[in-house]
Design a binder for this molecule. Structure first.
Ligand code: IPE
Ligand code: IPE
Ligand code: MG
Length: 252
């Protein structure tokens, strides 16, 4: 058959899509400032970008996507901005949970639950409970998340087990610590993308990113779209992942 007549393939466009992509969704405020809009408008447009990227990730064949939506350090922002961000999370779960569930998305949440408004805590539990049997894309929402805090909580729980005598210090290995983190069953991210031009992790997945490929893009988060995601994945696919050895291992 001549090439032009080859029927469109049902295969996703990426043969070697990273299994787990984590995203630091940054630049909402600067997106708004560049348009003389309030920062809150940047955050609202950021939620629209998130919806697009969740859909695109499913279609591309990514299995896990982690999004950094509110950091443990973001409480230091002005109260009205913190309130706006909390309101957006509430609205996102209330408006989008049914649709995420219909599309087979499994929602997971990492981060500290203590100290959140009780209604937000309930919404997070509801999202996890409703979608826990879904086998499509896993969406990990990092909310009130800080990686050092997560590792510290893990260390405290390990210390409690040692104190009760159910764990011996000599038996604590890397896997033990990993097993006490917030989502121990989720594989480490293959690719971490940060938007907005900043080149730092800002206390995101420090343990889990030991061998992640990092891609920093100048785009502000509200402008990030499927094409930008695909470009980041293509960059990931050019990288040689050696994991300390001499031979490149295929990404996933
Ligand atoms: C990311 O955008 C959203 C959150 C951190 C919650 P920012 O609000 O950090 O936007 P910039 O960095 O000020 O542009
Ligand atoms: C990281 O962005 C947190 C989120 C994207 C939720 P920040 O904008 O808070 O990070 P810094 O302060 O510039 O490092
Ligand atoms: Mg920022």
């Amino acid at each position: 058959m001549p090439e032009a007549e080859v029927p469109p393939t049902a295969k996703p466009p990426f043969e070697r899509a990273p299994r787990h992509v984590a995203i630091i969704m940054d630049g909402n405020g600067r997106w708004a400032a560049a348009r003389s809009l309030p920062r809150a408008e940047g955050h609202r447009r950021g939620v629209e970008a998130l919806r697009r990227i969740i859909r695109a990730a499913s279609e591309i064949g990514i299995r896990f996507i982690t999004i950094f939506s509110f950091s443990a350090e973001n409480w230091s922002r002005p109260a009205n901005e913190v309130g706006e961000l909390m309101g957006l999370l509430r609205r996102f779960i209330r408006n989008d949970l049914a649709e995420l569930h219909r599309s087979g998305v499994q929602v997971r949440v990492i981060g500290e639950r203590d100290g959140l408004d009780p209604d937000i805590g309930r919404l997070l539990v509801e999202a996890e409970e409703l979608t826990k049997a879904n086998d499509g894309l896993t969406l990990v929402v990092a909310f009130n998340y800080g990686s050092r805090q997560e590792i510290t909580r893990a260390a405290q729980r390990i210390a409690e087990q040692v104190a009760e005598g159910s764990l011996k210090p000599a038996d604590i290995g890397m896997e033990t610590l990993g097993a006490f983190l917030d989502a121990p069953d989720i594989p480490d991210p293959d690719l971490i993308i940060r938007t907005s031009g900043e080149q730092r992790l800002s206390n995101f997945l420090l343990w889990q990113s030991a061998y992640s490929e990092l891609v920093f893009v100048p785009t502000y988060w509200p402008d990030f779209d499927r094409a930008a995601l695909e470009a980041a994945i293509r960059e990931y696919q050019q990288r040689e992942r050696r994991f300390g050895g001499l031979v490149a291992k295929t990404g996933s």
